[in-house]
Design a protein. Structure first.
Length: 256
């Protein structure tokens, strides 16, 4: 299953020529010989396992990839989102989640411009704050979906809790889709030197490996929850700085 996921990611991200480039680079660097074996192993297995039914995290990553691709058609933080999935579906939520992440990724790029106007930077910081809150709300919406889905599961004696909920793990997977997209772009920059592109290709190989591991870990967690071997406890994100009742600067300004 994992081999199929990573193979699809490699071929989708690189294409045939790009995959050959990465393999040639990894092969040429002794420090990355183990990565070459890793990539060859999964690419060889692509045809044999590509038809295996995908699990939840694998399907989620495909949705994240689609949203990332769609955002970069215009590559505009103000572009309208055209969600292709049915309203009310979990895919619709996942797509919207990654779109928010993509917009925020680029807002963070913009605000780091050393020549940015201070007034514009402040307005941008406010927008990033709102985006962070929307992102948190959407993650909690995903956790509500999982809590409802597994509400009837009988928890086994000795069941354990995970360090993070499924939705926050999916949040990391969504960000990883963006990292893979942008790192791939760095490997293709014509205005950068060979050393930069090769360094980014090595990092991209690591990101692809991380994507395979994280996808597997999330699906294993969901399997464990469904079987009662683990149970969910959701702690809502209590962001005090956004709340006028708990941010001392905000409630002090109300009292003055």
């Amino acid at each position: 299953m994992v081999k199929s996921v990573l193979a699809r990611a490699i071929f989708f991200v690189f294409g045939l020529d790009g995959t050959k480039f990465l393999l040639n680079f990894v092969q040429s660097a002794a420090a990355y010989r183990s990565r070459r074996r890793f990539l060859c192993y999964y690419i060889t297995d692509y045809k044999t396992n590509s038809d295996t039914e995908m699990k939840f995290a694998e399907k989620s990553f495909e949705v994240f990839e689609r949203a990332t691709r769609d955002y970069h058609v215009s590559d505009d933080v103000d572009a309208a989102q055209h969600n292709p999935y049915a309203a009310g579906s979990i895919e619709h939520v996942l797509y919207a989640k990654n779109w928010i992440d993509a917009v925020q990724w680029h807002l963070e790029d913009i605000i780091r411009d050393p020549e940015i106007d201070p007034v514009a930077a402040l307005a941008l910081k406010r927008r990033i704050d709102r985006s962070n809150q929307e992102r948190t709300d959407m993650v909690e919406q995903l956790d509500t979906y999982f809590r409802n889905k597994y509400a009837g599961v009988k928890v086994l004696e000795g069941a354990t809790i995970n360090t993070e909920s499924p939705a926050w793990a999916l949040d990391r997977l969504s960000i990883l889709a963006l990292k893979i997209w942008h790192m791939k772009a760095e490997t293709e920059r014509e205005d950068a030197g060979d050393e930069h592109r090769e360094r980014c290709a090595a990092k991209l190989a690591v990101l692809l490996e991380q994507q395979a591991d994280l996808t597997t870990a999330i699906d294993q967690l969901l399997d464990d929850i469904e079987a009662g071997r683990k149970y969910m406890k959701v702690y809502r994100q209590m962001k005090m700085y956004n709340d006028p009742a708990t941010n001392p600067v905000l409630y002090a300004s109300k009292q003055s």
